[in-house]
Design a protein around this ligand. Structure first.
Ligand SMILES: [Zn+2]
Length: 125
């Protein structure tokens, strides 16, 4: 995709409007593929920053369908939180099987943490 360096509003020029439309469509396509869990491409762009996306890489290291880095980071955090929740669930089950006063106290503590997490997760939407 050629970058046009015209110094005017998109609406004044069909060529710029077309380029603007392609950019938006490319971003949406990148996000669509990311959300459908396609294998994400990783590269380093011309400014030595990590860039994520799909499709072809241009000579400057930018993807045809780019994915914003913060989206990638947010998903990594979400997956880590899901893993921790699973681990907590396993520990709670093991403690419940022990059925001693201290293990039962811990089961209650973990259960209340899980409720708090769920609420926090729902509140974050
Ligand atoms: Zn123009």
């Amino acid at each position: 995709m050629e970058k046009l360096n015209h110094d005017h509003a998109y609406s004044n020029c069909p060529a710029c409007e077309q380029v603007g439309q392609w950019k938006v469509e490319a971003k949406l396509e990148g996000i669509r593929r990311f959300l459908s869990d396609e294998r994400l491409g990783v590269s380093t762009d011309i400014s030595e920053s990590v860039s994520y996306g799909y499709g072809d890489l241009n000579d400057n290291g930018f993807w045809e369908f780019p994915v914003p880095e913060r989206l990638v980071q947010q998903r990594a955090k979400l997956r880590a939180a899901e893993e921790m929740a699973k681990l907590l669930q396993t520990v709670k089950k093991e403690l419940a099987e022990m059925d001693t006063p201290w293990s039962n106290r811990l089961v209650k503590l973990i259960a209340s943490e899980q409720v708090a997490w769920e609420k926090a997760g729902k509140g974050g939407k």
